[in-house]
Design a protein around this ligand. Structure first.
Ligand code: KMH
Ligand code: ZN
Length: 315
């Protein structure tokens, strides 16, 4: 049973695959910069780091070699919990999206529970000036973006997580994804209790308001019941990310902040890096008297598949 003073796990999402590097110099590109952003976020207080990979020109990649470089560099500096994406970017194949998890055997990996529209730049008025041709291609494709997550992909990804002893983090963008989680638990593809993360404020998923969070949280308890181990809250954009982080800390949830989903730390000020966003979240938690979950404590909470790793260590 969570108490009012339960520690809060803060995940730093340091680069992602959705924002365009031309939008901000704070978007780390290439293995060195991504690893450094993760190490800095951990030093700022993050319990876990959520990782994507990007080429030096910022193009998202599923490269197993790059994920291996990033994760081994982070592990050589700190013991932060490693959370690797299978979301990748919307134009990657399922195989591309899974190879980073296979290559690095992270503590946690994301599992996205539904195909959806996923529009980051829906109107030309919101298109940034961009440097790279691949960014122009992304903008030109706006209005036709589909983030594909078929049931077959979910079953395949989950089986790989189980075989590797990786804890799934179920990405919930909308109500239907909770029904999918229920189905996967009932058919045995997933084993409870599960960790879920609400991803709020995407155009194609639930909105980023307090009402959206309350609706999803009440539905999660109704649908998942005792199969629910932990709930994290991630919201995209500014001010949504930090405001929903404040609400989530107040409400006893875990949280995710970082450049992947939000480039600003103030209304008219871009964040220098994810560490700055983590520091803001740490300040909120301090004000509300919630300590930060340590990496060791978080690893002890990663549930049935992770415990097959024996001592529950990172390797
Ligand atoms: N950038 C988030 C909106 C994943 O990595 O699996 C989507 C995300 C999914 O974080
Ligand atoms: Zn991600």
């Amino acid at each position: 049973m969570r108490t009012a003073y339960e520690p809060v796990a803060i995940t730093a999402a340091v680069t992602g695959g959705d924002v365009l590097p031309s939008q901000s110099p704070a978007v780390p590109c290439g293995p060195r910069a991504i690893a450094q952003a993760a190490v800095d976020a951990a030093a700022a207080g993050a319990s876990a780091v959520h990782l994507h990979a990007r080429e030096l020109d910022g193009r998202p990649t599923g490269s197993a070699e790059m994920f291996s470089d990033i994760v081994s560099e982070i592990r050589s500096h700190c013991d932060v919990v490693i959370n690797v994406t299978t979301g990748g970017s919307v134009d990657m194949t399922a195989a591309d999206r899974l190879q980073g998890v296979v290559a690095t055997r992270p503590d946690i990996a994301t599992l996205n529970l539904g195909t959806m529209n996923f529009e980051g730049f829906p109107t030309k008025a919101r298109w940034p000036e961009v440097e790279h041709q691949w960014e122009r291609d992304v903008l030109a494709n706006s209005g036709r973006v589909v983030f594909t997550n078929t049931l077959a992909m979910m079953r395949d990804f989950a089986a790989t997580f189980r075989d590797l002893g990786v804890c799934p983090e179920l990405e919930i963008y909308d109500m239907g994804h909770l029904n999918m989680a229920r189905f996967l638990l009932d058919e045995g593809t997933l084993q409870g209790p599960v960790r879920i993360q609400f991803v709020l404020g995407t155009l194609g998923g639930a909105g980023g308001s307090l009402a959206d969070l309350v609706t999803l949280e009440q539905a999660a308890h109704r649908i998942l019941g005792t199969d629910l181990a932990a709930v994290s809250v991630a919201a995209v954009g500014y001010p949504g990310q930090l405001r929903m982080a404040a609400v989530a800390v107040a409400g006893g949830f875990d949280i995710r902040v970082g450049i992947e989903d939000n480039l600003r730390v103030r209304r008219r000020q871009q964040a220098a890096d994810s560490a700055e966003l983590v520091a803001a979240a740490v300040g909120i938690a301090a004000q509300l008297e919630r300590e930060i979950t340590t990496p060791a404590a978080l690893r002890s909470q990663l549930g049935p598949w992770y415990s097959t790793r024996g001592h529950g260590g990172a390797q």
